[in-house]
Design a binder for this molecule. Sequence first.
Ligand SMILES: [Zn+2]
Length: 140
Amino acid sequence: MRLVWHRLPPNGFNHELIWLAVSLATLAGSAVWIGFGLIWPRCPFLAITGFPCLTCGATRCTLAFLHGDLLSAWRWNPLAFAALCVVAIFDLYAVIVLVAGSPRLRMVDWTAPEKKTVRIAVIGLIALNWIYLLAHRGRY
Ligand SMILES: [Zn+2]
């Protein structure tokens, strides 16, 4: 795997623009949802089993994150917290490259062992996060 900077081709998929728009639309939609005081969906897995699912606490994590309460955000769902940090960093990067018109960062030439390592790491992180949620199930 190599990190390369290159210009967006004329008909290339503009990942930075699309994913920044998705991120901001999600944020705006959530703000409207909260503004209207709509209820948050309840977790059916938790309701049926009494155990938190993989994403339990993600909504409360996001709310704490957006209020700057990073410790609480981490405690609600560490993996969701990490994902929010990645999204925030990506959004900042996307704004910079879109405004500056600068080359885009891409990861290219992944080898099969690198892909396998990343898949195993992602599955491991999800499993560790679920173990954490199960160990703290009293708060959900
Ligand atoms: Zn859940």
